[in-house]
Design a protein around this ligand. Sequence first.
Ligand SMILES: [Mg+2]
Length: 302
Amino acid sequence: MPILKRHKVPVDFFSRLSRASERLLFLDYDGTIAPFHPESARAIAYPQISELLQKLMDATNTRLIFVTGRRARNLGRMISLRPVPEIWGAQGIERLRPDGDYEQMPLRIAQLQRLAHVKARLKTMDIECCLEQKPGSVALHWRGLPSSVASRDAATVLGVFSGEAGRNGLRVVKFDGGFELRVATYTKATAVLRTFEEATPNSVAAYLGDDEPDEEAFKALRAQDLGVLVSPVIRNTAANCWVKPPEGVREFLGAWISSCASDPRTLPLSEPRSEQSDARLQSEPCHTGASWQGQQAGARHD
Ligand SMILES: [Mg+2]
């Protein structure tokens, strides 16, 4: 994945979105719309983000879908949006629909047995970092711990995980603040691809994510979609463009709302747009501020 070398505005994305028969917005949570916190239950969304997302849900005829490494129900309890949107948890292994219907992707008994064996083995070791067992994975988290502890435990656990990787369809996946041994079959791309199977072919989607697991989702996007890397610094990515949190995310969501406000299928926004803002959107449909630096939509780098 080459680093994004150009920072051109994706000039046609929001105009394409405004005409789309179906709109899909995929969102990662930690690091994308919420800052990291050593206590994961206390990682709440950046200011104004929840208000913007509620407005987007209420007024733009958009299907909002969270795609997270967290357990789906855990994230559902943290989100203030109503109705609670669809949530894909455990990186594509869990699906929790807005009506409460829950689905877990099928896992092989041999995989579950190996993961349980690994968890039991690690519990006999002197590990200070947090070990978490989720459907289809065992994860090590070191956020908030001293670097000396994190380094020592990471080396120990990586040694165990590496011995299992490549067997029984398991692999090691790194993420911000840890890594996990997980079933390789399902990734965040699972959520994107399953959603596309249910969507109309000319739907338009965007995926906002910050971390390595989000790269699989970026690669699953179609030519008409937009992958947005949310990061304080640019890095190698399969996304189309890059924004800095939280300002860039707020500006992106604001532009999404504004571009869809004239859709007769949606409810009117509580604050009518000015003629000036309409003109700006037409001339600069995606230029939402200084921190918005995008590359031409459709120019993939995977
Ligand atoms: Mg993240």
